[in-house]
Design a protein. Structure first.
Length: 352
């Protein structure tokens, strides 16, 4: 299959590949759109089964970033970088510096930030070779790890969804969280503080133990999270968790989480709607991280300091946008993910 024949190719503006033999770097950057501004999106390091799987992920995630940035009303387009490799074994500062040299050749068309398998410390090496990196620490413009802002945004979305769908406050609901990483764990902390009853899982059982102990969450094995009798399901791990195999097992009346590309395909979202499950579109509610990154980019470009008030305004506006999506979905009797897709595409077209 060629790139242009791929079902995941969506008029992407460009796809770049780099190989740096001395460091072992193999990376792909997909730029979906720069209609609203330079493409922005995280850099992911994953032990992909093949280069095709890596390309597919870059195509899928970069489009999601275009939609996410548009719905968050950011002056950014959508892009994504993926590094082929085992983040536990293959990381070196030299590899991330080589990535920086590749990003620099794009002349600002793509801004990188952290994602799965990549930390702000890793990107510090990238920053030595290019200025087009955000999500750093130790600089006036730096915002650091954006995960807490993502977790906060998802928490606020769940609060709204619980009230709209269930007529309940968070101290009256149960939530099953898939993933205990920086976003899932941060979400668990916020939900526990609000009084929610939690169940959590993670492939890293030790990490799940830590989060369970500090939040009082019940822990289950990863394969059992879909069978938990909880009112809300929050996917905060990798994409595709909501699929034809798992949907029949999910008992929740609300799905709202921090993972990207939660729906395996659009038909799954339609099925959820027909089943009476309220799905909060992932790229609408998990925008906190890229909002944080956008604030840092603004600061870098202006030679100014990071502005947390600007970030708070964008996160608050996200909750309003989610409400608009849910209103239109209810009025038109359509799945919220279909409504959000149309809104995102319209916002991108308006800048072309």
């Amino acid at each position: 299959m060629t790139l242009f024949d791929s079902p995941l190719y969506d008029g992407h503006e460009a796809v770049y590949a780099w190989h740096d033999e001395p460091t072992g770097l193999k990376a792909i950057i997909a730029v979906h759109s720069t209609a609203r501004g330079p493409s922005g999106g995280g850099c992911r390091m994953w032990n992909y089964a093949s280069s095709q799987a890596a390309l597919d992920d870059a195509l899928r995630l970069s489009r999601a970033m275009s939609y996410k940035n548009a719905m968050a009303d950011l002056d950014l387009g959508g892009g994504k970088a993926v590094i082929l490799g085992d983040a536990r074994r293959d990381k070196t500062p030299e590899l991330f510096a080589a990535l920086g040299r590749g990003i620099e050749t794009l002349g600002g068309r793509y801004w990188a930030a952290e994602d799965v398998g990549v930390t702000p410390e890793d990107l510090a090496a990238t920053r030595r070779e290019t200025r087009y990196v955000a999500g750093l620490v130790g600089l006036p413009s730096a915002s650091g790890d954006p995960s807490p802002v993502t977790a906060e945004g998802v928490f606020r979305a769940i609060t709204l969804a619980a009230q709209r769908k269930l007529g309940k406050s968070l101290d009256q609901v149960s939530v099953a969280i898939q993933g205990a990483g920086s976003v899932g764990g941060g979400l668990a902390d916020r939900l526990a503080a609000a009084g929610a009853k939690l169940t959590i899982c993670d492939l890293n059982h030790g990490l799940a133990d830590v989060v369970a102990r500090r939040t009082g969450a019940h822990q289950v094995r990863p394969e059992g999270i879909f069978d938990v009798d909880a009112e809300i399901f929050a996917p905060c791990a990798l994409g595709g968790a909501i699929n034809a195999d798992t949907v029949p097992r999910i008992k929740a009346r609300i799905i709202a989480g921090g993972a990207n590309n939660q729906l395996a395909d659009g038909e799954v979202g339609d099925y959820l709607f027909d089943k009476g499950v309220l799905y909060c579109p992932d790229y609408v509610i998990n925008c906190g991280g890229i909002v944080n990154v956008a604030a840092e980019i603004r600061a870098i470009e202006a030679g100014a300091a990071y502005d947390p008030a600007w970030v708070e305004g964008k996160v608050a506006r996200m909750v309003e946008t989610l409400g608009e999506v849910l209103d239109q979905a209810e009025q038109g009797r359509r799945s919220p993910h279909r409504v959000a897709d149309e809104m995102a595409r319209a916002r991108i077209r308006a800048r072309q």
